[in-house]
Design a protein around this ligand. Structure first.
Ligand code: CA
Length: 753
């Protein structure tokens, strides 16, 4: 596979975009690895002139026990082999902690150099973009675990990682994170579910927040992989089929607890990756070397044993090294790993190579089109898939992975086979439409800046967070009389967004439908808040940033209407073609007091709270039963876009809409009928009527199939609110063929049997 890929890359490179291609790198062997009675260290750098590996007996507080100089091969891989006896003789008798130091053209090796000296220094950055600094101990990009985050409660000052005149001679050997040589581990991840993506219900959640506040979990396990594993059964009972964790690759979060009620600099979400292989140590109950890996794998097995897929959110568009400390200062940057090993290989730079090219707003673009940097993406994703047992991946700001330009520009391509997007899907094919083995690839199909908004324009094999679904439904529900949403636009979203995914051969399940995600209001707040309120006291704030464009509305401040709006949003989501995604806690109306950017809140308010009031318990039952309804009715989960025979649309008068009806934004009511027989559905037909208007609307019901009768599964109106608002199978209310009066802003769901 690797050889074939190299050929493919070479061909496409010659045709599409001439660039240097390294000789075949056996990338899987990069890193510090046991090999018989030896340890082999292998690391890539195209421009380094000298690299040493230092080994340590402890993660912090002491100097290295020994250092070894690596030698370079023709593929720019630097390596050395050290025997276990040598390491033991040097005093490294337990866990092998290590890091690299690297010299290059901007800082050549000088025999007079000692740790913390400037000997050999020429410049912080040279005209090629190199930023070598031998005073900074570097994390191995292929480390399987790291000992701690760059900042810890005992060492919270990040200035030591800095370059530039003030910090370039500060040595980080005794304080920087150490890479760990990890022994092979036999922990099982269980059998992967083979379920088709079209049949999934995705539950996006922060791993720590899932259980940190859960009184049903032993205190020592709360907020950990081990705690999350214990939620598999309850998530299965909710009907969730795929749990999607916010980033679990190592991120800077060790310092979140330094000030228990302070938020400055805290990172709860985790979208600043420190290492792409290592599971975050802070999420482990067992934080000893190897503990995070074993514990994460056991957690994956727990979900697999409950039939639930594990997706992880991955952040390959930028890294925790970030951008310049000050835009006007070309010299002062943080150096943890990639930047000090090979800055122009791992990062997209401006044409003069002095600054990052930034489409993320949080640091320079990762250089996704560089073959070596791309290897790191592919290899680490493969490790999470094959060794750690993960079933699918959600890529943050994924347009950056479709970039076809290394330096001085950004140019997205859906078709270029050499992009990271196409390479991932070529090397690790997407799960087949009908299920089986394969990867569920999910993109956040935008970033920041020109050319990055690519909703509907991702390659074959990729599903996308459908931001247009979200925006259309929010505006329809919350912006009546302000935003002009036509019945035609609504129908397109309900039916799986064929305009976005049908034109390029993709399918309804390539649309990940959602009303809210972690990045914005909760479902409750979407219908309870007119705007953000992020600058509030702990534990609901303070947070900075956050969108001002939320399409939210407090429903006039009427609590019953807020709950009704949330029922409508959830019902529309569960009844639409595509794959529904909810965010952890939405099923019980979790609120954040209108904070729409709680990325920094590692707080009791942001952790899921299972002590529900009566309204929350009622909503949870509503959500559970609606999800069960979706699971029971394959007509709602089409593999292909609906045909006219499978899906019929109706106006409230019970007739097919004409073009005038479809295109008039003053029409706010629409109904549709799915033919169950075409899908092997237990219902002969499923009927949905949605009244988005503020007043009552009478719907003339279409005739049920011959010999059948309509039964009401739910009416989301306030009069029906209660634990039995969604009737379980067999307990639905029989209806006559009479017109049905549906109150304002409500949804009616019927089955024919
Ligand atoms: Ca961490």
């Amino acid at each position: 596979m690797r050889a074939a890929l190299a050929t493919l890359l070479l061909l496409t490179t010659l045709i599409v975009a001439p660039q240097p291609v390294p000789a075949a790198v056996d990338a899987q062997s990069l890193g510090g690895r046991f090999s018989g009675s030896n340890v082999v260290f292998r690391v890539y750098s195209a421009a380094a002139t000298r690299i040493t590996v230092s080994v340590y007996a402890a993660p912090t507080g002491e100097q290295e026990r020994a250092s070894f100089t690596l030698t370079r091969d023709a593929a720019s891989v630097w390596s050395t082999t050290v025997s276990a006896a040598t390491l033991q003789g040097a005093g490294v008798t337990g866990t092998i902690y290590y890091g690299y130091r690297a010299w290059g053209p901007n800082w050549p090796f000088d025999p007079a150099w000692t740790k913390g000296s400037a000997a050999g220094f020429v410049s912080d950055v040279d005209s090629s973009g190199n930023r070598f600094n031998p005073n900074k101990l570097l994390i191995d990009p292929y480390a399987r675990e790291i000992s701690h985050d760059p900042l810890t409660p005992a060492l919270p000052d990040g200035s030591r990682y800095g370059t530039g005149p003030t910090f370039r001679t500060v040595d980080t050997g005794t304080t920087a994170p150490k890479s760990i040589v990890l022994a092979a581990d036999g922990t099982s991840t269980g059998g992967k579910p083979a379920r088709a993506l079209k049949d999934d219900v995705v539950y996006e959640v922060n791993l720590r927040g899932l259980t940190r506040n859960d009184a049903g979990i032993a205190a020592a396990d709360r907020g950990t992989y081990r705690g999350a594993a214990q939620k598999a059964a309850s998530l299965r009972a909710l009907g969730v089929t795929a749990v999607e964790f916010l980033p679990v690759q190592e991120t800077q979060n060790d310092t979140n607890d330094v000030d228990p009620t302070g938020t400055a600099g805290d990172n709860y979400w985790g979208y600043m990756t420190v290492n792409y292989f290592a599971p975050d140590r802070r999420y482990a109950a067992d934080r000893s070397p190897g503990g995070p890996t074993r514990e994460l794998k056991s957690m994956v097995k727990s979900f697999h044993d409950n039939g639930i897929k594990v997706f992880i959110d991955v952040v390959y568009n930028h890294t925790a090294e970030g951008g310049p400390w000050n835009d006007a200062d070309k010299n002062t940057y943080s150096v943890y790993s990639w930047r000090g090993l090979d800055n122009p290989t791992y990062y997209s730079l401006t044409s003069d190579r002095q600054s990052p090219w930034d489409n993320t707003g949080v640091g320079g673009n990762y250089n996704t089109f560089n073959p070596t940097a791309q290897n790191l993406i592919v290899d680490s994703v493969a490790y999470w898939k094959d060794t750690l047992g993960v079933d699918g991946f959600r890529f943050d700001l994924a347009s950056v992975l479709g970039n076809t330009c290394e330096h001085g520009c950004f140019s997205y391509s859906r078709t270029n086979p050499a992009t990271a997007l196409n390479r991932l899907a070529a090397e690790m094919p997407a799960r087949p439409t009908g299920g089986g083995s394969g990867v569920d690839w999910i993109a956040e199909p935008w970033a920041i800046g020109s050319g990055t908004y690519q909703v509907g324009n991702f390659p074959a094999g990729w599903a996308e967070w459908n931001g247009i679904y979200r925006d259309t439904l929010r505006r329809d529900q919350n912006k009546l009389g302000v935003a002009a949403i036509t019945p035609g636009e609504l129908a397109t979203r309900f039916a799986g967004s064929s305009d976005l995914y049908g034109d390029d051969g993709r399918r309804p399940f390539n649309s990940i439908n959602f009303m809210v995600a972690h990045d914005g209001f909760t479902l409750k707040d979407l219908y309870s808040c007119n705007g953000k309120n992020n600058n509030q006291p702990w534990p609901f704030g303070p947070s900075d940033g956050g969108s001002d464009d939320n399409d939210s509305w407090d429903q006039g401040g009427v609590a019953a209407d807020q709950r009704k709006a949330a029922r409508n949003g959830l019902a529309l989501l569960m009844l639409s073609g595509g794959v529904p995604m909810i965010t952890g806690g939405d099923e019980f109306l979790r609120g954040l007091n209108c904070n729409n950017n709680p990325y920094n809140l590692d707080s009791s308010a942001n952790w899921l709270n299972y002590a529900w009031n009566a309204d929350q318990a009622t909503f949870n039952t509503f959500a559970q039963r609606l999800i069960a309804f979706r699971a029971a009715h394959p007509a709602l989960r089409p593999a292909n876009f609906y045909t006219a025979a499978q899906l019929q649309w109706f106006t409230p008068a019970g007739v097919a809409p004409d073009s005038a009806y479809w295109t008039n934004p003053n029409n706010h009511a629409l109904a549709w009928r799915l033919d169950g027989t075409a899908f092997g559905d237990p219902a002969a037909a499923v009927y949905v009527a949605y009244n988005g208007w503020s007043g009552d609307v009478t719907f003339t019901l279409p005739a049920p199939p011959a010999g059948r009768q309509w039964f009401r599964v739910t009416d989301t109106s306030t009069w029906a609110e209660g634990p039995d608002q969604v009737r379980p199978p067999g307990a639905e209310d029989p209806l006559g063929g009479i017109p049905y009066l549906l109150h304002g802003r409500a949804l009616l769901l019927l089955v024919a049997r």
